[in-house]
Ligand binder design. Sequence first.
Ligand code: ADP
Ligand code: MG
Length: 241
Amino acid sequence: MLEIAHLRKEYDGIPVFTDLSLRINKQEVVVVLGPSGCGKSTLLRCMNGLEPVQSGLILLDGVVLNTGKTDWRFIRQKIGMVFQSYELFPHMTVLDNILLGPLKVQKRKRKEAEEAARILLERVGLYEKRTAFPRQLSGGQKQRAAIIRALVMEPEIMLFDEITAALDPEMVREVLDVMLGLAKSGMTMVIVTHEMQFAKAVADRIVFMDSGEIVEDSPPDDFFAKPKTERGCRFLNIFQF
Ligand code: ADP
Ligand code: MG
């Protein structure tokens, strides 16, 4: 469904990747692991056009996206992304934050969009908070709202970049559970996380990166039982997994 091929990405002439290829199949859940600075966030940001690339291809359903002619705003409705820091608008209620995309970008009817938002908010236990402002929510509630804001656009694939990393420990579970539910429902997902138990439970494939390269691409049981590479072993040892 989503594919990158031979991607080269530099910041100020310094390469993060020189030749990175990865293919995400429909309904697959791919967890990307790797040490800080190895390029996980850059990979996700390249996948939905937030970062320009120097060479290589980004394809969605076989169509090349990085042609210079792509309307990334349109594509990002299909490739939803949630970040570590919640990017809800502080002056808008939860519901208004969620309805912004469907009403303003997708020009959907308010009644239909509100109904879609209601179903999603109920699914993650946030319907009672729909009229609250972001400052009135916990970190976990804000991240659940941020997930709904992406989901209400009806994306084909969702990218998650360490979305529990800034949360207090007691709120991590509720956010991971939303991602687990989404995976069970058949959503195609790429997840960057440092929650190893969760990674093992949710992933169809573990992609382990180091220094801008994909070093391993294995089923989770294989990767966690015995990484194929020295670098993989070292990484898991750090997490004492
Ligand atoms: P990760 O998410 O795995 O921690 P990143 O993708 O954030 O890694 O970063 C990969 C490399 O690119 C790092 O060396 C980082 O310093 C560099 N980098 C990331 N973003 C920028 C940027 N906006 N400008 C310059 N360098 C960047
Ligand atoms: Mg990162």
